[in-house]
Design a protein around this ligand. Structure first.
Ligand code: HEC
Length: 173
């Protein structure tokens, strides 16, 4: 090869990569990669969590307490009074009626898209469970039943159960 031509061939090679180089520079100009790490938020793994002995459960309020409880030990803390039943009736309207229906027979509008259909709450199969068992089932969910512990307050769940009892004594399934 002609020795005098060699430098210009090298030069041509560089010229070809120049546009790519310029594009990369243009795209990265103004990027400040450090910024995300320098804000005041706590960074992942920045705080070391305390070591806990195995099988620890929260002492208060945690759903784990209910998960591990024997439903026979769960007593309805609310008295069987008209006031409580009335509260249960109202809260049933907020939280259950759309699936279990105004007559508690499982014929709520939303519920009709479920398979199996929502249970008839006046049915002896439901009513024969004690309060604790019903409480546990609706709180944690059962089969296709949504867990309701984080949407319906504990007191409301117990009041609704009082209402279910009262309703079934008027209209036994
Ligand atoms: C999103 C719809 C939906 C809502 C809301 C809902 N349920 Fe249900 N429920 C169902 C379905 C569906 C079943 C049948 C579940 C199955 O057998 O798989 C059921 C079953 C039940 C059962 C029978 C459980 C068993 O022992 O088999 C009880 C009791 C019950 N629901 C109570 C309630 C109460 C009380 C509320 C309100 C606090 C409520 N449900 C809210 C859909 C719903």
């Amino acid at each position: 090869m002609n020795e005098r031509l060699r430098p210009s061939i090298e030069f041509m090679r560089w010229i070809r990569v120049l546009p790519t180089l310029l594009i990369v520079l243009a795209l990265t100009a103004g990027c400040d990669y450090g910024r995300m790490k320098e804000d005041e938020a706590i960074q992942t793994h920045e705080t070391v969590l305390p070591e806990m002995p195995g099988r620890s459960i929260p002492r208060e309020g945690g759903i784990e307490v209910l998960r591990q409880a024997d439903s026979r030990d769960l007593r309805n803390p609310l008295p069987d009074t008209l006031q409580v039943v009335e509260r249960g009736r109202e809260r049933y309207g907020f939280y259950c009626r759309q699936c279990h229906g105004p007559k508690l027979d499982g014929r709520g509008t939303v519920g009709q898209s479920f398979a199996p259909l929502p249970t008839n709450l006046l049915d002896p199969k439901v009513q024969q469970n004690d309060d604790g068992e019903i409480f546990r089932r609706i709180s944690l969910g059962i089969e296709r039943h949504p867990p309701l512990w984080y949407t319906v307050s504990e007191e409301d769940r117990w009041a609704i159960i009082r209402y279910l009892r009262r309703a079934s004594s008027h209209h036994p399934g």
